[in-house]
Design a protein around this ligand. Structure first.
Ligand code: A2P
Length: 291
């Protein structure tokens, strides 16, 4: 598995398993299966309501393979309803670590740029990092304005920004800003929630390469130095999604796929309008697992 180096020197696997929208009772088996199939990066969030399942899956996966916690790269995120209060963030993280059955995560992210709250939340993340409860800290869904504001207040620069990114949504300003600042980009919904898998352009290139449409999409993303976290509950697809380091797309193929851009966020993104939206302030009290 290829790795990228974060701006604090930490190595992060370039492909991992996402568990968004996976029900709690399915999550443990899925995570154990992923570990048995050599996945090391697992990406969850309190918002998903399945951290406990991830913790159980990790315990089962490590027992089945003889691997240790240090072999994994575990990411979780701060729930919007916990943001904006230093103690609340710190207490939440203690509870999240307990659910995950670990005393540290490799990466801790602010899940959304909750209006007027993310700078206070970041202070807590900086101390969590200093105390060793997270080996790296970062954000998700931050645009250039959010990042500029955060950097004006931060003592520690985020190591990662996890954004919606796939052939249909490129967010070029955010991408350019993060690359200039050495903030590692990570793609959520790298397969566009599966909706691009029957696209004729992707399929034509997949056929030419002897690869699957999912592999072509993921390869297009890692060739732009993204970390990707495709979600699959099937072992065969997990293996397929990680098997993307033995071929490459040429400049024409990269461009052809880039032409699929609609610069349109998914419906899921639209549900999360916390970003800079004072009127959306009630939204962030949605319960974990509500989406
Ligand atoms: P499943 O979990 O049944 O495998 P994203 O990560 O962009 O949100 O996309 C996830 C969706 O893509 C899920 O519906 C998942 O279904 C599907 N998926 C993941 N990997 C593959 C693959 N290799 N081939 C086809 N569909 C896939």
């Amino acid at each position: 598995m290829e790795k990228v180096k974060l701006n604090n020197g930490l190595a992060m696997p370039q492909v991992g398993l996402g568990v968004w929208k996976v029900p709690l009772d399915v999550t443990a088996k899925m995570v154990a299966t992923a570990i048995e199939n050599d996945y090391t990066l697992i990406d969850t969030a309190k918002q998903y309501g399945n951290e406990q399942g991830v913790g159980q899956g990790i315990a089962a996966g490590l027992a089945a393979t003889g691997k240790s916690r240090d072999d994994l790269f575990l990411t979780t995120k701060i729930f919007n309803g916990d943001q904006g209060d230093y103690d609340r963030v710190r207490n939440a993280v203690n509870q999240q670590l307990a659910a995950l059955q670990t005393d540290y995560v490799d990466l801790l992210l602010l899940h959304w740029p909750v209006f007027n709250r993310y700078n206070t939340s970041w202070k807590a993340l900086e101390d969590i990092y200093r105390d060793g409860q997270a080996k790296a800290i970062g954000v998700c869904n931050f645009n250039v304005d959010h990042l500029t504001n955060l950097l004006d207040h931060a003592e520690i620069k985020p190591m990662v920004n996890q954004i919606e990114f796939n052939p249909r949504i490129h967010q070029p300003d955010t991408v350019a800003f993060c690359q200039g600042q050495h903030i590692q980009l990570e793609a959520w919904s790298p397969l566009g929630n599966g909706q691009l898998l029957d696209n004729p352009v992707i399929n034509k290139i997949a056929k030419a390469k002897g690869k699957s449409p999912a592999q072509v999409e993921l390869r297009w993303e890692i060739q732009q130095d993204f970390v990707v976290i495709p979600k699959s509950t099937h072992a065969a697809r997990m293996k397929e999604n990680a098997d993307i380091f033995d071929f490459s797309l040429d400049a024409d193929e990269m461009e052809e796929i880039a032409m699929l851009d609609e610069e349109k966020h998914s419906i899921w993104y639209q549900k999360f309008k916390w970003s800079g939206n004072p009127d959306g302030v009630d939204d962030y009290i949605a319960k974990p697992g509500a989406y």
